[in-house]
Ligand binder design. Structure first.
Ligand SMILES: COc1cccc(Nc2ncc(-c3ccc(C(=O)NCC(=O)Nc4ccccc4)cc3)c(OCC3CCNCC3)n2)c1
Length: 334
């Protein structure tokens, strides 16, 4: 079905992901020629989850971090909601690990620092991700990580016991307290999942794995996993702090930021807030103002309302293009 509301602004291309009640298509933002990912949600299929999606959209609008997939535009029509998101041309981290079998300590550190920075940023803003796994970590063309919350399966209330969850991907990244259906803190659950992730990067295998879901639960609750001989003592020490079954004994994200393993060979602790340069912003406003034949001030007046309309998308895409060092050009829309 062709969506007329996108005509002339975006050109939809192949489907790059689908599930539950959403589909993600690759698309081109026609004014800049940049690739974007368009998440198409059918409001009829969303039903009661429409409210949760609206919450996620307002959360996404408040997120601006180099390692979190950027929201560019929100388009709502009678039957569908479209989220125009940053397209990550490097695909999933998962495929990157599989193809390399396992990563070196320094490559793992370079990736892991970015994940810790993104999750610490989320936690600072009062959010928890709750579904950290390699499928939700994408790569851009420069091997920068981009955290997404693909969240196609409704986040079941009542934790793991909910049959919906078991049918929605295996709980290999789920913390013991989540698996037990206990009260849990999203921030502590995220630290556990990052421990599983770091183990997977370094060992090229999952710490807790089993085809039988009940024995998988038992392994997670035991907190026992194999420590491969090729893993350094420092990395094993860090993983032990993260894969603590008792969440009160688990390392916190704040302590993680300056843990010796994360700063090994790198001087400063992990930065949370990364600033965009003001210079790029002024230049992009100028280009848009010229293109639309309005004053710079008028263009800025509109953009600072952050309406997440086509102008927001054009501006954000121009800034990211500028940061990449590509030339800036706007195409007249047909
Ligand atoms: C080159 O080959 C490839 C191969 C594969 C992918 C790509 N690229 C590529 N780029 C972008 C996407 C995307 C971005 C955002 C969202 C989203 O839902 N955001 C919402 C969001 O992020 N909330 C949120 C974030 C942080 C905190 C809280 C809330 C969804 C999808 C994509 O999807 C495809 C799926 C496929 C199944 N696994 C997951 C990705 N794929 C490219």
């Amino acid at each position: 079905v062709k969506f007329l509301e996108l005509k002339g602004f975006y050109e939809l291309e192949r489907t790059i992901g689908c599930g539950g009640f959403a589909k993600v298509k690759l698309a081109t933002h026609l004014a800049t020629g940049e690739k974007v990912a368009v998440k198409i949600m059918d409001k009829a299929l969303l039903g009661a989850d429409l409210a949760r999606v609206k919450l996620e959209i307002s959360a996404l609008k408040s997120l601006s971090h180099e390692n979190i997939c950027k929201l560019y535009e929100v388009i709502e029509i009678e039957t569908h909601i479209f989220l125009v998101m940053e397209y990550c041309s490097g695909g999933e981290l998962f495929d990157h690990i599989v193809e390399k079998n396992r990563l070196t300590e320094s490559e793992s550190r370079m990736f892991f620092r970015q994940i810790v920075s993104a999750v610490a940023y989320l936690h600072t803003l009062g959010y928890a991700h709750r579904d950290l796994k390699p499928e939700n970590i994408l790569l851009d063309r420069h091997q920068n990580l981009k955290l997404i919350d693909f969240g196609l399966c409704a986040k079941p209330e009542g934790g793991m016991a909910n049959p919906l969850y078991t049918s929605c991907g295996s709980p290999t990244y789920a913390a013991p307290e989540l698996v037990q259906g206990k009260q849990y803190l999203g921030t502590e659950v995220d630290v556990w999942a990052m421990g599983v992730l770091l183990y997977t990067l370094l060992a090229g295998a999952l710490p807790f794995d089993d085809v039988n879901i009940d024995s998988l639960y038992k392994k997670i609750l035991s907190g026992k996993y194999e420590e491969p001989p090729f893993m350094s003592l420092e990395s094993l020490r860090l993983i032990r702090c993260m894969l603590q079954v008792d969440p009160t004994k688990r390392i916190t994200i704040k302590e993680l930021l300056s843990h010796p393993w994360l700063t090994l060979g790198v001087l400063e602790p992990v930065q949370i807030m990364l600033q965009n340069s003001k210079m790029y912003q002024r230049e992009c406003i100028g280009i848009m103002a010229t293109h639309y034949n309005v004053e710079n001030r008028t263009m800025w007046q509109h953009l600072k309302k952050w309406k997440y309309d086509y102008h927001t998308a054009t501006y954000l895409l121009l800034v990211s293009k500028k940061k990449r060092g590509s030339g800036l050009k706007l195409y007249s829309l047909s």
